[in-house]
Design a binder for this molecule. Structure first.
Ligand code: ADP
Ligand code: ADP
Ligand code: ZN
Length: 221
């Protein structure tokens, strides 16, 4: 089963993807994380992407499609992928459809995470992660159990993204509305779009997504 989490920056895609990966044995494929790794490596893709990401714009489709197509060729993607932050444009969605069709697969389910714009800014500015294990936290909504210590690995150094500020967020939101939202009718036409209330508490969102996933797996669409 190939599943796509679709929602604006800060909707909770990464948080939920981490949980679903374990429950459903899917591989999380997050283009934002992959791009940040390229930037950290100083690869030619990373060099091209860095300023674009910091400005809050989308990295060009051809670069993203090439990165994804390399990743999808690896054997761990054979049984099912959980896409997080990709596709973000209709051109990317069409390219993905083609890649999957070649493997006689398709996107089986698209889960839209609905969150109002006003809440996204406070989610983004309070976001921090543990660089050692990737755990994601929030200053108010998802604190570490012990202050300054990662729940998962005990790490004590945390990271905040350069683009997680109120100014850049305006650009990222307008990119979402202009370039990514057209994917909602795109997938609705294909009969695979379902929505959950992303404004609910984290555990509640997980339950809503699991209900949608279980129904899709059982063929009860
Ligand atoms: P968010 O937490 O805002 O959903 P991501 O980590 O998914 O952010 O992405 C961070 C940045 O990386 C984006 O603002 C964009 O510049 C770039 N990016 C990530 N995925 C894509 C994509 N599929 N297409 C174009 N740009 C992307
Ligand atoms: P995305 O991957 O869509 O950009 P994240 O999963 O990184 O979003 O979530 C953004 C921030 O909001 C994180 O700090 C996370 O802890 C927090 N968060 C995620 N889901 C919720 C929720 N349902 N309610 C409140 N805060 C949330
Ligand atoms: Zn950690």
């Amino acid at each position: 089963m190939n599943v796509l989490l679709l929602g604006p920056p800060g909707a909770g895609k990464g948080t939920q993807a981490k949980r679903l990966e374990e429950t459903y044995g899917l591989v999380q494929l997050a283009t934002g994380d992959m791009l940040r790794a390229e930037v950290a490596d100083g690869s030619s893709l990373g060099v091209k992407a860095k300023a674009i990401m910091e400005a809050g714009s989308l990295v060009p489709d051809d670069l993203i499609i090439e990165m994804i197509s390399d990743r999808m060729a690896r054997p761990d993607c054979a049984t099912g992928v959980l896409f997080d932050g990709f596709p973000r444009t209709v051109a990317q969605a069409e390219a993905l459809e083609k890649m999957l069709r070649a493997k006689e697969q398709r996107i089986d389910l698209v889960i839209e995470m609905k969150v109002v714009d006003e809440s996204l800014v406070e989610r983004i500015v309070g976001r921090f992660t543990c660089p050692d294990c990737g755990a994601a936290y929030h200053d108010r909504f998802n604190q570490t159990k012990k202050e300054g210590v990662c729940d998962v690995c005990g790490g004590t150094e945390f990271h905040r993204r350069a683009d997680d500020n109120a100014e850049t967020m305006g650009k990222r939101l307008s990119a979402y509305h202009k370039q990514t939202q057209p994917l909602l009718p795109f997938y609705d036409e294909r009969g695979v779009l379902r929505s959950v209330d992303g404004m609910a508490a984290i555990d509640d969102v997980t339950r809503q997504i699991q209900a949608v996933m279980d129904a899709a797996q059982a063929g009860h669409f």
